[in-house]
Design a protein around this ligand. Structure first.
Ligand SMILES: Nc1ncnc2c1ncn2[C@@H]1O[C@H](COP(=O)(O)OP(=O)(O)OP(=O)(O)O)[C@@H](O)[C@H]1O
Ligand SMILES: [Mg+2]
Length: 343
């Protein structure tokens, strides 16, 4: 649905050049929810603004729904943009207009009749849970309600694509969850392809199908969300995954923790598993079979892309051959990675 080919955006500030987007190739499948994650300044906003040409790329190709946007004239581009809704971190509502009139704005601008506007806006008020707020003004709404208005407005022209730039970054966790649930509903019910830009791994974890990481304007890693959590390849990806599974150094072993193996030090392993696999009996079996002991330092169960995933940090004690044999045994059944040692 969205294809970016060798996309570049260079900003000139005085005699300095900033490559905000640097040779990006990206393909967002029709009907999917696609997340692009990156730290502040990575180029996320610039990238997403290139998708509807709010920002004109310096070079490269932007294909949306089979159309090469860079080749369109102004009128054609205006039409093409009706196919592409967008929401922002700070909602961008008009404060002098009611909820109804904010949602109706794109239709008014397109010259729709009063009746056509009513027919489009009323179901959107319903869909976004704002029916009782239709005559309120933005200043009378909570952040979550404002974002719902922005979503309804973005959907008014019946787009095929919805672009979301940090749509939940200004919201508390509970409101974030309800907005993400709404975006997922919209994606599944209305079959709208959603591209989400975020610096929050929780957003990716809860609703994205695929994810890409942006760093200094470049896409450095891309995968299905589940694979991304199981097998992050770059250090930045590992950091993002660790932030989502709330992994932190364990206080009781931190002072004894070391990266290098030394004689007598026990390995600390991270066990990652998917689905309702019962990991405890496996650990018990390994302990019994190979005469080793397992001390669980940290455990986290998360729902990632509708699947249950578990992340354990475990210290293994025993003699060296036994430890090795038990790790081999575990590796046959779950993902095991030695993250360090405790002396
Ligand atoms: N209009 C502009 N003129 C000059 N430089 C710009 C402009 N817009 C963005 N930049 C630069 O491009 C780079 C990427 O900025 P961008 O806003 O896309 O990052 P971001 O990933 O969205 O960051 P954040 O998470 O803070 O929103 C930054 O170095 C920024 O300073
Ligand atoms: Mg940004």
């Amino acid at each position: 649905m969205i294809e970016l080919k060798n996309l570049n955006k260079v900003f000139k500030a005085g005699n300095k050049e900033v490559k905000a987007v640097d040779g990006i190739n990206l393909s967002v499948p029709e009907g999917s929810i696609y997340g692009v994650i990156g730290s502040s300044g990575a180029g996320k906003s610039t990238l997403i603004r290139c998708v509807n040409l709010l920002e004109r790329p310096t070079s490269g190709q932007v294909m949306v729904d089979g159309q090469d946007l860079m080749q369109l004239n102004d009128r054609q581009l205006r039409d093409a943009r009706r196919n592409i809704g967008m929401i922002f971190q700070h909602f961008n509502l008009l404060s002098s207009r009611t909820v109804f009139d904010n949602i109706a704005l794109p239709l008014e601008l397109a010259g729709a009749s009063r009746q056509a506007i009513d027919e489009a806006v009323l179901p959107l008020l319903e869909l976004t849970g704002l029916s009782d707020k239709r005559d309120s003004y933005p200043s009378q709404l909570s952040g979550g309600q404002k974002q719902r208005v922005a979503i309804a407005r973005a959907l008014a022209s019946k787009p095929k694509v919805l672009l979301c730039d940090e749509a939940t970054s200004a919201l508390d966790p509970q409101t974030t969850a309800s907005i993400l649930a709404l975006l997922k509903d919209i994606n599944r019910q209305l079959k709208i392809t959603v591209l989400i830009i975020t610096h929050e791994m929780d957003v990716v974890k809860s609703i994205c199908d695929r994810v890409a990481i942006l760093s200094h304007g470049c896409l450095i890693e891309e995968n299905d969300v589940e694979q991304f959590f199981l097998n992050p390849k770059t250090e930045l990806a590992r950091e993002f995954v660790r932030s989502a599974i709330h992994e932190k150094p364990v206080a009781e072993v931190e002072s004894r923790f070391q990266q290098e193996k030394t004689p007598g030090a026990n390995p600390v392993i991270r066990i990652t598993f998917v689905g309702q696999r019962v990991v405890e009996p496996l650990i018990t079996q390994a302990a019994r079979k190979f005469d080793t002991d397992f001390v669980i330092l940290q455990a986290d169960i998360e729902t990632v892309h509708d699947k249950v995933m578990g992340f354990l940090m475990v210290e293994v004690t025993g003699d060296e051959p036994s430890i090795e044999a038990s790790l081999d045994f575990l590796s046959e059944n779950v993902q095991v990675e030695v993250v360090g040692y405790v002396g």
